[in-house]
Design a protein around this ligand. Structure first.
Ligand SMILES: Cc1cc2nc3c(=O)[nH]c(=O)nc-3n(C[C@H](O)[C@H](O)[C@H](O)COP(=O)(O)O)c2cc1C
Length: 327
């Protein structure tokens, strides 16, 4: 399947239930797991962390790792789960993550990232991609031995890409802003550093053999069309979560038409909720991810209130259906 649009990895959002919700609307977009640390995979419940339904293909496993050994172990364990691609997180600014020398912090250590990639390659034959930032401001976080703690020039990103390409990566997903490792929380780090899309275009121009995917602040079909003139693919996170009906507009990128109404989607939501109930799983864990279904149209507040009720279930939804117009 051609990779044109991806649903960004998002902790606490792109879990197995949300991904199944995406598939109720769109069968083509590339899905990502939430970021899972290598340590969690090594020590955790594999089925809980890594299990997914077949319909979720194409799906990418995103890991965060701090050294080659643990990356190897984690990816080896994930082999049984048949992910389509393994992605290494070099973009997460959280101090919990960079304090443990993972995520965006690793942009200061391209050779180490190269070694991690080499280790992953020993564990799997799957393609390996990296999701990273334009650069980092590592003041107060990077060791004093660093000549510069602000590594935010285009040339720094190019060097990072060149070094990790040598280790065998040919796909890079760039969140088009720097990460400021001290002083901003992850949410601020997705909003305050300015977007630098032009530098991602330049990367594609100078490295035409690589697959370059652009990410950060993309919300509309017009913006997607513009980006696709410059890069290979586009990744959207918050817009898809907040406004999942945008998934119906992506058919044109895959040569099909998506004609599904909210009412038809709710019918699928009801079926899915029933299955969860049969397994003794609270449907709320799934329903909360559908809260954007009426984004920007009448009924949005009502839908959010109903499905966010901790006791919401298939019965609630069947009653709700009576009040929903087919649009
Ligand atoms: C709630 C939340 C959780 C996120 N978790 C991850 C993550 O696990 N891994 C990752 O690479 N990026 C993570 N991100 C960043 C997104 O993948 C994406 O790069 C960022 O939101 C910018 O894209 P957008 O403007 O389309 O949302 C997260 C973003 C949000 C909003």
């Amino acid at each position: 399947m051609k990779n044109v649009i991806s649903v960004a990895p998002m902790v606490d959002k792109t879990d197995r239930h949300f991904r199944n919700f995406v598939r109720m609307i769109n069968k083509d977009v590339q899905l990502y797991t939430e970021m899972i640390t290598a340590q969690a995979i090594i020590n955790g419940d594999l089925e809980y962390l890594l299990g997914f339904e077949d319909i979720q293909h194409p799906i990418v496993l995103q890991i965060a790792a701090t050294n080659p050994e643990e990356a190897f172990e984690a990816v080896k364990r994930a082999e049984d789960y048949n992910y389509d691609e393994i992605n290494l997180n070099v973009g997460c600014p959280s101090d919990r993550v960079s304090g443990n020398m993972m995520g965006a912090y690793l942009m200061a250590f391209p050779e180490l990232v190269g070694d991690i990639v080499t280790a992953i390659k020993k564990a799997t034959k799957k393609p390996i991609s990296i999701k990273h930032r334009i650069g980092i401001d590592g003041e107060k976080v990077l060791p004093d031995s660093f000549e510069r703690t602000i590594i935010d020039k285009y040339e720094d990103m190019l060097n990072f890409v060149n070094v990790t390409e040598k280790a065998g990566v040919n796909k890079f997903i760039v969140h088009s802003r720097i990460a400021i490792l001290a002083g901003l929380d992850p949410k601020q780090n997705r909003e305050i550093p300015p977007l630098r899309h032009e530098e991602v275009y330049r990367l594609k121009k100078e490295k035409p053999n690589l697959h370059i995917e652009i990410n950060g602040g993309i919300k509309t079909i017009e913006q997607i069309d513009e980006h696709l003139k410059h890069v290979d693919s586009v990744m959207l996170g918050r817009e898809i979560y907040d406004n999942p009906m945008i998934l119906t507009k992506f058919g044109k990128y895959y040569g099909n038409d998506i004609n599904i109404s909210r009412k038809e989607i709710i019918e699928k939501i009801i079926e899915y909720s029933k299955k969860l109930e049969e397994k003794g799983i609270r449907p709320h864990l799934f329903l909360m991810h559908t809260q954007g279904l009426f984004h920007g149209v009448r009924g949005s507040k009502f839908w959010k209130r109903e499905i966010n009720h901790p006791k919401a279930n298939s019965e609630t939804l069947i009653k709700l259906m009576e009040n929903i117009e087919n649009d």
